[in-house]
Ligand binder design. Structure first.
Ligand code: CTP
Length: 401
């Protein structure tokens, strides 16, 4: 319920992607928002106000000449109630009209009339790729961004006209997540954050290897939370099947050594390094080039192991390291072990949890250990904990130069 208590004006302008706006309305409501749909005349040629009214439980606003409003000022009433206005789809024509400040129909009128300091305007463009690429559209998009609007997408892909390229509206769940992100406090604005996540996989032969039960969910949740808070995030991920959070740059690796090779050159470019990855402590001394066959030798094969590099400790030992945060998955004496890791690896903070009760799950419970003391973050979803952790982190970071 990340949009609980938020009132959203959902504007529809005339494009094929109007059919996705119906789904978006449902996504926003499922996330706890109340939704007021506003439709232009062109939008009503694609889907009916009746559909949007049925989904949102509110009559759709379609005209500024609405005498049923006691003050006859639909544009003022709608924009004063809203926590944000989302226009999805936003056509090339609508963006052009916004860029010019035209107010001759309800939706553009209420966008212009909104109190911009407390009611954000998010636009989800949807149009043919040539229309999107046209100099006039690009000029107008730049203008509305300069005027304070947030442009979401568009994505590339197949278009209703049969062509392929930029101009597809983002999917409803992506727009919902962008709106959720819009409401998060921007405590990491301008910060660069590097995160490792997931397990590593250490090959024994081309088909087998050593790994662990880390799902990567906590690290991916942190990457999302940091991006929502305004950070530029790079996520170095071991082998996991999780979608990349919006706006996050992802580098995929497999083994601990690959993770170190990816992280080291990036470390100098980031102010914060958060190591959530469950890096395998050991790897086979040598991996077989071909699959090890069962009958090739009597009995089971024996593998000699060698120690992997410690990615976090290596970064923390750099001459000018980023602000280093470690994770500790423990089974017992959690605080003592976390404090020991804080000192041994020379970290600024250790986030400890009970490993076996969190691997693969969506919830977790964290203990933050640093030089100042210990703080517990009670059981919650990994995303809620990640957001709480981002707030804690922001308070501890040195001021930006
Ligand atoms: N870590 C790392 N590289 C390694 C091992 C650990 O970057 N080769 C990081 C993890 O991402 C985590 C922190 O170090 O942030 C602590 O990991 P953990 O496995 O709990 O600590 P270890 O040093 O391996 O100690 P132990 O396994 O004995 O508890």
């Amino acid at each position: 319920m990340d949009l609980h208590g938020k009132h959203i004006v959902l504007g529809l302008t005339g494009g094929v992607a109007c059919y996705k706006a119906a789904d978006l309305a449902r996504e926003l409501i499922k996330a706890g928002a109340t939704v007021q749909a506003v439709m232009t005349a062109s939008a009503q040629r694609f889907v009916t106000p009746l559909l949007m009214q049925s989904l949102t439980g509110r009559p759709v606003a379609t005209t500024q000449w609405d005498s049923s409003q006691p003050n006859a000022m639909a544009h003022i009433n709608l924009s004063r109630e809203a926590d944000a206005i989302v226009v999805a789809p936003a056509t090339a024509d609508f963006i052009a009209r916004l860029a010019q400040g035209r107010c001759d129909e309800l939706l553009s009128l209420l966008c212009i009339a909104r109190p911009a300091h407390r009611c954000g305007l998010l636009l989800a463009p949807a149009m043919n790729r040539e229309m999107w690429a046209h100099a006039a559209t690009q000029r107008n998009v730049q203008q509305v961004v300069d005027d304070g609007a947030v442009v979401l997408g568009p994505a590339a892909g197949e278009q209703a006209c049969g062509e392929v390229g930029d101009g597809r509206m983002l999917e409803p769940h992506e727009l919902r997540d962008a709106l959720i992100a819009h409401f998060q406090p921007k405590v990491l604005r301008g910060r660069r954050v590097l995160i490792t996540a997931g397990p590593t996989f250490e090959a024994l032969d081309p088909v087998r290897g050593l790994s662990n039960r880390s799902s990567g969910k906590m690290g991916f949740a942190l990457a999302r939370a940091a991006a929502e808070a305004g950070a530029q995030v790079t996520l170095v991920a071991g082998p996991v099947h999780l979608p990349t959070p919006a706006g996050v740059r992802r580098v995929d690796v497999e083994s601990a050594r690959q993770m170190l090779d990816a992280v080291l050159p990036l470390a100098a470019q980031h102010e914060v390094f958060i190591a959530t990855a469950a890096v395998a402590d050991w790897r086979p001394l040598s991996a077989a080039q071909a699959k090890i066959k069962k009958g090739a030798q009597p009995g089971a094969p024996a593998f000699e192991l060698t120690e992997n590099p410690d990615v976090l400790a290596t970064v923390a030992a750099l001459p000018t390291p980023p602000f280093c945060v470690g994770f500790a998955a423990e089974t017992h004496d959690i605080e003592r072990h976390a404090r020991e890791k804080l000192q041994r690896k020379r970290l600024k903070m250790v986030v400890a949890n009970h490993g076996p009760s969190t691997f693969g799950r969506d919830e977790n419970q964290l203990m933050l250990v640093d030089a100042q003391g210990t703080r517990e973050l009670p059981a919650a979803s990994k995303l809620s904990l990640a957001r709480a952790l981002v707030l804690e982190l922001a308070q501890r970071l040195p001021p930006q130069p």
